[in-house]
Write a protein that binds this ligand. Sequence first.
Ligand code: SF4
Length: 66
Amino acid sequence: MTSAHCDSCKFFDEHKGNGAAAQGDAGLCRFNPPVSQPAPESKGLWPVVSSEDWCGHFTAEMTAAE
Ligand code: SF4
């Protein structure tokens, strides 16, 4: 695992939702379900991560078709 980065992880979602739009390299980590609703009527939030972040759950994206 020489280049474990969120942007090459299968759980990284580069779709700019969840307030991540203002951050150029940010995306959402979809490893776990959404967490920490700010209010009962609010939607849960996906963790926002940088493309250069990584964690112990890193799983390489299947890149054969890219
Ligand atoms: S935080 Fe971990 S599981 Fe989530 S996208 Fe980054 S490396 Fe993957």
